[in-house]
Each structure stands twice: as structure tokens, then as C-alpha cells.
Design a protein around this ligand. Structure first.
Ligand code: GLV
Ligand code: MN
Ligand code: MN
Length: 409
């Protein structure tokens, strides 16, 4: 039966309980709060009468059968995992909103196509350094050889995290879906930026999604006594690393008119002692944009800046490309359907680009894909203060349900 705002508020608040800490919500991929959140949603899927399964990667899939079993399914969904100290809405809105939309569809009449709600695992790169792992596996991409080498902050390998749930890294490729079995994918998500809020529009119809290029930079200097080593004799890896951080920031600022951004989000200093000059620093860089040319230029400028800095500082730098994904366009046909649904629902809308990454990037490789954005208060996300008005969430659900209906009827 059609779910009201109270139901949506209750379910989002319930999900927020899993992983709630002193600051925000920490529901890292494959950790207990993440699995508990999935279990909670799984029960709601069962209550809704969906056929529920988990694939070989742990992606949770609830399916509403259609009248014609020979037709491909229409998919929606998002993720439940969060960054450390994240908010309540990133990903969750697309899962809970997707489930609410399926309830609407059940009222709207018989559908010829099946509709599936997917809870993708490991969308956030916070635990293993790789983004959208669940949808990558589902769409037959993902560098599983590289994944088999990664460890989380506690030294747990990705393979171990899987096997804790009786999943086998050697089997995950079997989670790949065939494009012939899927008609379309539509994801509802918070904007995580302030474009909609500033323009006063409720819905954003996503045109292009930025994708991350990620680098691991290792700076090697020489560890030495912090008291007895004269300033002019040092090879301080952290000083070089700091100059690299500033250079990356400057370079991205120069490219910001192109929508390109760059962040050094993690820095590990070795040996990390107050009385030792840092001998080595590892840093993680996230470079993203809508325009591939600008990303390539930034990358070259970062390399040039690093050469200059390390020469001056007499330190050594190694740069490893962890991933290099390209910006992805959404399907014009699905975008048009979403626009039409906005008109049918009677809401304000605009075209928009996504600067954050999403599972929709991967899904678009195997099926026509679209995304529906709703406003984020002050554009804040990946932060405990992340907030979206529930009235806007309800409009997002209406638009999602309308779009899914058009595709599945
Ligand atoms: C996902 O939230 C991302 O990092 O863009
Ligand atoms: Mn996120
Ligand atoms: Mn997200």
C-alpha cells in the first residue's frame, strides 16, 4: 500500500540507528552496522512481497515480478554504506525511496515488467579505497586482482571481509548481470551540492556524472633525529608532502571553472613520532570532474609540480594510479522520461550534473540509466549535518515512482 511521509521518516530514522556514533553515522561497507541495515531493509522487502536474494557480492536484490516474465526488469536502488562520520541521507534516500516507490507501483496497477530494488554494497570507497564495488561487479567491471590485495585500516583484506559473510572473492564475478535482462536503471539520490537549493528547484535531472581519478602518492625522505639534525640537512617527507597538497589545491583551483576538483583526503606520516623527522608520507588524492580534458591537464600539472617540489626538497616520490574513471553521460531517453514525470507530478525541476560518484555510473555501461536528484541543505554531504527536507524526499519518490511506472507498465 502507498507509503506516506511518516513511514519514510520512520524508515530513514531506523536506518540511521545502524552505525550511529558520537559524530554522525559510520556504516562502513561489510561492517556489522552495514549488514544490520541491509537486514532491516531485507525484512521490509519481504513484507512488501518482493522476492529477495543476495548475489555473490552481497548486493541485496528485491524483485517485484511483472506479468510478462520474458521482459527485462526495470531497476532502481542505491547504497546503505556510509563514509566515516557520514550523514543519514546519502544512498539511504535511494534505497528507502526506491522501496516506497515500489509500494506506489503496487497500487498503480499491474506491470508487465518486473521491478527490482537493489542495495549495492561498498559504494563508498572509505573502507577499501575502491568506489562502487557492488555495481562494478554487477556490471562486469572492477579490478578484482587489485581488490584482492587491499586491506582496510585494521588490516582486514577485502577477501576476508567477504568471507566473514560466507562470500568468496573467487565467486564474485558470477554476480554480473546480463544487459538483456535489464530494461533501465533509475537512481534517486541527494544532490550533495547546492545547485538545486540556490535555484529553488526540487528535482535535478542528472545529465553527466563526474568520476574519480585516484592517486596514491608516496613521498620518501629520511627519518632522522628531530633535535640533532640541522634544518639544512633534512629530507623531511612531510614538508614535501605538504607542498604537494598545496600545489594540488592550487592546480584544482585553476581548473574549478571547468568543474574539476581535487582533494588530498588522507595522509599517513611514518614513523609518526614527535621526535622523528618524517621519513615517509603516503597520501591519497581524489581528482574529479565533468570534463575529461580538464582532468587530464590537472593530472599532468600535478606530475610537473611534484617533480619540481621533490627536486627542490631532495625527496623521492612514487605515484600510483589507483583508478581512472571517465565522466559518464546519463541516457537522454531516461532523462526525458524523468522530465516528463516531473511535469506529471507537478514539481519544479532542472537539468544538473553530478559531482559525486554513484552506482549509476557503472549501471549505465549495461543499461539505459538516469538519476533523480533532490536538494541537500547548504549542499552539505559526507558530514553528520547532511540534511534533505522530507517533503523534497516525498517529491523525489513521486518522480521516481512515475518514471519506474512509465518504464515497467
Ligand atoms: C561517493 O559518495 C563519492 O565518493 O562520490
Ligand atoms: Mn557518498
Ligand atoms: Mn551516495
Amino acid at each position: 500500500m502507498k507509503k506516506n511521509k511518516e513511514w519514510v521518516v520512520d524508515v530513514i530514522e531506523e536506518v540511521a540507528y545502524f552505525g550511529k556514533g558520537k559524530r554522525g553515522i559510520t556504516r562502513l561497507a561489510f561492517t556489522e552496522p552495514d549488514l544490520k541495515g541491509q537486514e532491516y531493509i531485507m525484512n521490509l522487502m519481504v513484507e512488501a512481497g518482493l522476492t529477495v536474494r543476495k548475489d555473490q557480492m552481497g548486493n541485496l536484490i528485491g524483485r517485484l515480478e511483472g506479468q510478462d516474465k520474458t521482459l527485462p526488469a526495470v531497476l532502481t536502488g542505491s547504497h546503505l554504506d556510509t563514509v566515516p562520520e557520514g550523514g543519514k541521507f546519502d544512498g539511504v534516500v535511494g534505497v528507502v525511496g526506491g522501496l516506497a516507490a515500489i509500494h506506489y507501483l503496487q497500487d498503480m496497477g499491474p506491470l508487465r515488467h518486473a521491478v527490482e530494488l537493489i542495495v549495492f554494497v561498498a559504494e563508498e570507497s572509505s573502507r577499501f579505497g575502491f568506489a562502487t564495488m557492488g555495481s562494478k561487479v554487477m556490471t562486469g567491471s572492477g579490478d578484482i586482482t587489485a581488490w584482492s590485495k587491499v586491506k582496510d585500516q585494521n588490516g582486514i583484506t577485502f577477501a576476508e571481509a567477504l568471507s566473514e559473510q560466507n562470500l568468496d572473492i573467487k565467486q564474485i564475478r558470477l554476480a554480473k548481470r546480463n544487459s538483456e535482462d535489464i530494461k533501465a536503471f533509475v537512481e534517486l539520490h541527494i544532490e550533495q551540492g547546492s545547485v538545486l537549493e540556490k535555484k529553488g528547484n526540487v528535482i535535478g535531472v542528472v545529465q553527466t556524472i563526474a568520476a574519480p581519478t585516484r592517486l596514491k602518492i608516496t613521498v620518501e625522505g629520511m627519518a632522522a633525529h628531530s633535535g640533532s639534525t640541522p634544518m639544512e640537512e633534512r629530507h623531511d617527507a612531510l614538508v614535501s608532502a605538504s607542498m604537494i597538497v598545496l600545489a594540488i589545491n592550487e592546480i584544482a583551483l585553476d581548473h574549478s571553472s571547468q568543474g574539476t576538483v581535487a582533494t588530498v583526503g588522507d595522509l599517513k606520516v611514518h614513523p609518526g613520532s614527535i621526535n622523528v623527522i618524517p621519513g615517509m608520507v603516503e597520501m591519497l588524492v581524489d581528482l574529479r570532474g565533468i570534463k575529461q580534458e580538464s582532468i587530464i591537464e590537472c593530472l599532468q600539472e600535478i606530475k610537473d609540480a611534484i617533480s619540481t617540489i621533490t627536486e627542490e626538497q631532495d625527496t623521492i616520490v612514487a605515484m600510483e594510479m589507483m583508478s581512472a574513471e571517465k565522466p559518464v553521460d546519463m541516457s537522454p531517453e531516461i532523462s526525458k522520461l524523468i522530465e516528463q514525470s516531473c511535469v506529471d507530478v507537478g514539481t519544479t525541476y532542472q537539468l544538473i550534473h553530478s559531482r559525486a560518484g554513484h552506482d549509476a555510473v557503472n549501471m549505465s555501461k549495461i543499461t539505459p540509466t538516469g538519476m533523480i536528484f533532490i536538494p541537500s541543505k547548504n549542499g552539505i554531504s559526507h558530514n553528520p549535518d547532511e540534511y534533505t527536507e522530507y517533503d523534497d524526499i516525498m517529491v523525489g519518490i513521486d518522480v521516481l515512482a512515475e518514471t519506474l511506472y512509465k518504464l515497467a507498465k
